[in-house]
Unconditional design. Structure first.
Length: 125
């Protein structure tokens, strides 16, 4: 009888411990909020353009994951990427994003459209 009770207690503890394990969080795309984009046309020949991008990441579980840049004629598309750890509970502190990047390609006099995470900006050379 005592042996049966001990086995039931052990089985119950194993069931409880198994139920308490948490699944590994699944990483996912993070949120990036862009607050400001400034451009500097550098005095060079040919001219070069630098973008200064300021914003913040969604929360304390989100990290900067790189920048992608694509150019088609006078339209430059910049995507700021972030990765979220997948954790359900995260610090409510939004990390600062402050990046300076050189825009690709040659620039001649004219109007250029720079799209940063879906928002359009105009640059005149």
């Amino acid at each position: 009888m005592l042996r049966r009770i001990i086995l039931l207690v052990i089985a119950g503890l194993m069931l409880i411990l198994t139920a308490c394990t948490t699944a590994t969080p699944t990483p996912r795309a993070g949120i990036v909020t862009i607050e400001r984009v400034d451009f500097a046309v550098l005095e060079s020949n040919p001219p070069q353009v630098q973008a200064h991008i300021v914003g913040y990441l969604g929360d304390g579980c989100t990290t900067f994951a790189g920048i992608n840049q694509r150019r088609e004629g006078n339209v430059i598309t910049i995507t700021i990427n972030a990765a979220h750890s997948g954790a359900e509970v995260c610090p409510a502190i939004a990390p600062l994003l402050d990046q300076r990047i050189m825009l690709e390609g040659p620039f001649t006099a004219g109007q250029y459209t720079v799209i940063v995470n879906g928002v359009e900006y105009q640059v005149t050379i």
